[in-house]
Design a protein around this ligand. Structure first.
Ligand code: DQA
Length: 151
């Protein structure tokens, strides 16, 4: 059974593709999932892609990743990254490494996007590469956990 990477997406990321395409691009979450899956398979990893508009659901999923000893979490927390102490706390409570992803360069945007409650508890951060950021996060995570490494 391949080890699983949870790819968790926060509020309004279900609207990727049509949501402010000049900021977030035209790829949908389904497009991103397809590319991630194609990249994960040869690494011996499986992708479990999810999206919720609800903070508590995202907290539940991080706990589930911890319980199931997932290989890692790739998290685009959306706006909750700027506000959620609950997500900060749950990421501290699990030992699964988390890579934080933002499609846009949040530091080049409004001041309220400059703070992240996720960054201090993330193992790595990928910001500003658009949809490609998810693939960069997967590559980094795979190297980190030794997935696909020859023995
Ligand atoms: C985002 C950036 C956040 O500031 C915003 O609230 C989002 C998307 C990004 O991927 O660039 O929902 O996380």
């Amino acid at each position: 059974m391949p080890a699983t990477v949870f790819v968790l997406n926060g509020p309004t990321l279900n609207m990727l593709g049509t949501r402010e395409p000049e900021v977030y691009g035209r790829d949908t979450l389904a497009d991103i999932e397809a590319r991630l899956t194609a990249r994960a398979t040869p690494l011996g990893l499986a992708i479990d892609m999810r999206q919720s508009n609800h903070e508590g659901v995202l907290v539940d999923w991080v706990q589930e990743a911890g319980r199931s000893a997932a290989a890692g979490i790739i998290l685009n927390p959306g706006a909750y990254g700027h506000s959620s102490i609950a997500l900060h706390d749950v990421l501290k409570a699990v030992t699964v490494p988390c890579i934080e992803v933002h499609l846009s360069n949040v530091h080049a945007r409004e001041e309220f996007r400059h703070r992240s409650y996720i960054s201090p508890v993330a193992r790595g951060i990928v910001i500003g590469f658009g949809a490609q950021g998810y693939e960069l996060a997967l590559d980094g995570l795979a190297r980190l956990v030794g997935a696909g490494a020859k023995t």
